[in-house]
Design a binder for this molecule. Structure first.
Ligand code: AMP
Length: 215
């Protein structure tokens, strides 16, 4: 199955993509992760992406499409994947169409993760990663025992560089202006499915599996 997860920053795309990867062996293809890796490796694309990422703006379509093309050609993506954070605008969606055509592939669904604005803000401003285990946590939503477990093991609760308030508000504006038009784009192709993405991650996952026809 080939799925696009659509949704604002903080709507839980990454968490749900990881569940699908774990249970259905569908690789999570996150352009955010690919870009962060390129930045940390200091590659040419990473260096030119960093300024846009720090400002909460979109990295150029050429860089992102190049990364996606390479990733979708990899052997582990031959029978399906979950696109997380890509496409982010109509030009990228059209670029994806071209990549899929070249690979003789088709999308099965574009799932819109629908979340209230206030919840989004708490998810983004409260998001942390345990420096020891890499586990994703949230200071507002994670059980205190899980936050303590990280700290007691000598870990730190790290905040992503672009999870500060100024960058968050810019990322939400970019989502509204550039990514929301994809709702209509995929609706007109009969691929759009809307998912209520408020609440506990496990409940959302159960609804996601039902939306995709797995249960
Ligand atoms: P994410 O981890 O998906 O929230 O992405 C973090 C940042 O990486 C975004 O704010 C953008 O600067 C950049 N980024 C991720 N995916 C894309 C994309 N498909 N197109 C352009 N920029 C992207």
């Amino acid at each position: 199955m080939r799925i696009v997860l659509l949704g604002a920053p903080g709507s839980g795309k990454g968490t749900q993509a990881q569940c699908l990867q774990r249970d259905l062996a569908l690789p999570q293809v996150s352009t955010g992760d690919l870009l962060r890796r390129a930045v940390s490796e200091g590659t040419e694309s990473g260096l030119s992406a960093k300024t846009a990422m720090d400002a909460g703006e979109l990295v150029s379509d050429d860089i992102v499409l190049g990364m996606i093309k390479d990733r979708l050609e990899a052997s582990d993506a031959a029978s399906g994947y979950v696109l997380d954070g890509f496409p982010r605008n109509v030009a990228q969606a059209k670029g994806l169409d071209g990549v899929l055509r070249d690979l003789s592939q088709q999308l099965d669904a574009a799932v819109l993760m629908d979340v209230d604005f206030e919840v989004l803000m708490k998810r983004l401003t409260g998001r942390r990663t345990c420096s020891k285990t890499g586990k994703l946590l949230n200071i507002y939503f994670s059980p205190q025992s899980e936050l303590d477990a990280c700290l007691n093991a000598g870990g730190e609760l790290l905040q992503r560089e672009d999870d500060n308030e100024a960058t968050i508000s810019s990322r939400l504006n970019v989502y509204h202006d550039q990514t929301e038009p994809l709702i209509e784009f995929y609706c007109s192709r009969n691929l759009l499915k809307t998912l209520d993405a408020d609440g506990e991650a496990q409940d959302i996952y159960t609804r996601l599996l039902a939306t995709l026809g797995y249960v």
